[in-house]
Design a protein around this ligand. Structure first.
Ligand code: NAP
Length: 530
């Protein structure tokens, strides 16, 4: 006799994607269970509690739009709200929609196996139980599996080692401590100025220099906020027309179509405005190397003007195109290197040899430390999915299937993995966009597919191999027209040793949405319903 599933759907992850998915599935009448590793909701914002953590998309935009009342009742205190406030927002949403009753916290999925004969997913968790569901939805986030650097002897260290992506849930006081930060990505760039204010001495280990643009964070202006709230619908619609799903529109000219004076003026205006819109100073910075160089040179000049020691300024100056790696948004990052208690080490010149009981030994000296902060990023986009140990039809492991890089249809489904969906999976715009609207668009799409299946009396949904291959080629083709493949970014998996070098996100939110809409209109082409 065939086995019946305990749940219609199991969702993994209770971050912004998992919470909204749960909300929609309840409306669809599904029996749902959300399994969450953390002790609370919030995903990224639950784990990334490091000093200085805040959003780099304006908070008025980095928020849900599915519920009018929710948008109206929540007030953000700052332009870029700090992590505790975003986590409070996530908790507010969980309370407001009474989501917690269907979330199992402190529980990790250790495997998920599709059983063809019973047409269900068997999901094993670390508490030694197995749950079954017809549908499995991974809302596991794109940047949730920490990348631990392989440095000799980490266990030897007698002080504390932290990872920015797994920060403890208590205040860490670095006063009077000798601290090292390894890494200079977005997390480090936010944490370094805050740690440097407390620490006796801070040593920063840099592998690759990054571009950072000032945030110009400020308290929310109540008049501006009210105006935004009154016009939310219009603003959200406008934001959906830009490549990255954010409201700031790119300046509609090529950087090389204007003279040097006007170009500088434009960069200066965006620099003063602050934040990620800098990369929209001109409309071709990510597709034209020559244009890109002009923006890169502008920022490098700012670094030289800010950092007093020319040698340190040179080490901090990136060599890759700007925006090729995710642009960082900072508050006093470059200025921090003028402090007498801060040292920068370029590990390409002076490699880390090992971690010892009381510090780090480099090729030239021993550095005594009380604390080490790994700001070494994530096994992005595929890490958490692969860790779930997913087996599809005929026991094919997703990790093995993705040996040469991930292949998906629309970033939400995979051939040979029936009734399995991903929110913001590889092949979707996700990390190149404002994540909140992208998440909502994805959840709505998955919801519509499930609803379509139900309406037509079908239970099994699977992406066809042909649709998946075509989508994979399309994602790569678009990326090849940009500067993205030209540096070692986590978009390409290049930050993790042994990971295949494949560009994972989809470039262009509006185009993605238009394609999804067309697919839906045509009865969800590329999916097989049985
Ligand atoms: P990241 O950008 O990948 O930066 C990790 C840093 O660690 C890089 O400088 C990397 O060098 C270095 N690193 C990695 N392994 C190393 C090793 N073995 N030895 C020495 N250095 C090593 O990670 P992240 O800073 O956590 O940021 C990840 C993403 O999360 C961001 O790009 C952004 O999308 C998101 N984020 C957003 C915010 C925000 O909203 N404000 C804040 C933080 C993060 P290489 O560059 O050479 O690999």
């Amino acid at each position: 006799m065939s086995q019946k599933a305990e749940f219609d759907t199991i969702v993994v992850g209770a971050g912004f994607a998992g919470m909204y998915m749960l909300y929609r599935l309840r409306m669809l009448g599904h029996r749902v269970l959300v399994i969450e590793k953390g002790g609370g909701v919030g995903g990224t914002w639950y784990w990334n509690r490091y000093p200085g953590a805040r959003c780099d998309v304006p908070s008025m935009e980095y928020s849900y739009q599915f519920d009018h009342q929710l948008q109206q009742e929540w007030n953000w205190s700052e332009r870029y709200s700090p992590q505790p406030e975003i986590l409070r927002y996530a908790n507010h949403v969980a309370d407001r929609f009474q989501l917690r009753s269907d979330i199992l916290f402190n529980t990790t999925v250790i495997s998920a196996d599709y059983e063809d004969e019973n047409n269900l997913w068997k999901i094993a968790t670390n508490d030694q139980t197995i749950k079954t569901a017809t549908y499995l939805i991974a809302a596991t986030g794109c940047l949730s599996s920490p990348n631990e650097p392989t440095i000799s002897n980490p266990g030897e260290f007698s002080g504390e080692i932290y990872h920015t992506g797994r920060w403890p849930n208590e205040q860490i006081d670095f006063s009077n401590k000798n601290v090292a930060v390894i890494g200079t990505g977005s997390s480090a760039i936010q944490a370094i100025p805050v740690i440097a204010k407390q620490a006796k001495h801070l040593t920063v280990f840099q592998r690759t220099a990054n571009y950072a643009v000032p945030a110009r964070n400020a308290k929310t202006d109540p008049v501006e906020r009210d105006h935004f709230k009154k016009n939310y619908k219009k603003f959200r619609k406008l934001a959906a027309t830009t490549r990255n799903g954010q409201l700031a529109q790119p300046y509609d000219k090529s950087a090389i179509a204007v003279n040097q004076r006007d170009r500088k003026k434009q960069y200066e205006a965006r620099w003063q405005q602050g934040g990620l819109p800098f990369i929209g100073s001109f409309n071709d910075l990510i597709i034209n190397q020559k244009s890109n160089q002009t923006a890169a040179e502008f920022v490098k000049q700012k670094i030289r003007e800010t950092v007093k020691d020319p040698k340190t300024a040179a080490i901090l100056s990136p060599t890759s195109p700007i925006g090729c790696k995710r642009l960082c948004v900072d508050s006093g990052y470059y200025e921090t290197f003028n402090q007498p208690n801060v040292t920068l080490i370029d590990i390409n010149q002076t490699p880390i040899d090992s971690i010892t009981s009381n510090g780090i030994t480099t090729s030239t000296k021993k550095i005594e430390l009380d604390s080490i902060v790994m700001a070494t990023g994530f096994d992005a986009m595929t890490g958490s999915l692969e860790k779930m140990n997913i087996s599809g039809r005929n026991g094919v492991k997703l990790k093995e299937r993705w040996n040469a890089g991930p292949k998906t249809y629309l970033g939400i489904a995979c051939n040979d993995y029936p009734n399995f969906f991903m929110i913001t999976g590889p092949g979707s715009p996700s990390v190149l966009t404002n994540m909140l609207p992208t998440i909502e668009q994805h959840v709505n799409l998955v919801n519509d597919i499930l609803s379509h299946a139900k309406k037509h009396g079908r239970q099994n949904i699977e992406a066809t191999a042909e649709a998946q291959d075509t989508w994979h080629d399309h994602v790569n083709e678009i990326a090849s027209k940009t500067i993205y493949p030209s540096c070692n970014s986590w978009y390409l998996g290049a930050n993790v040793a042994g990971k295949p070098r494949v560009f994972m996100p989809y470039v262009g939110f509006p185009d993605y949405v238009a394609r999804c809409e067309k697919i839906a209109q045509d009865g969800f082409t590329g999916f097989c319903f049985s």
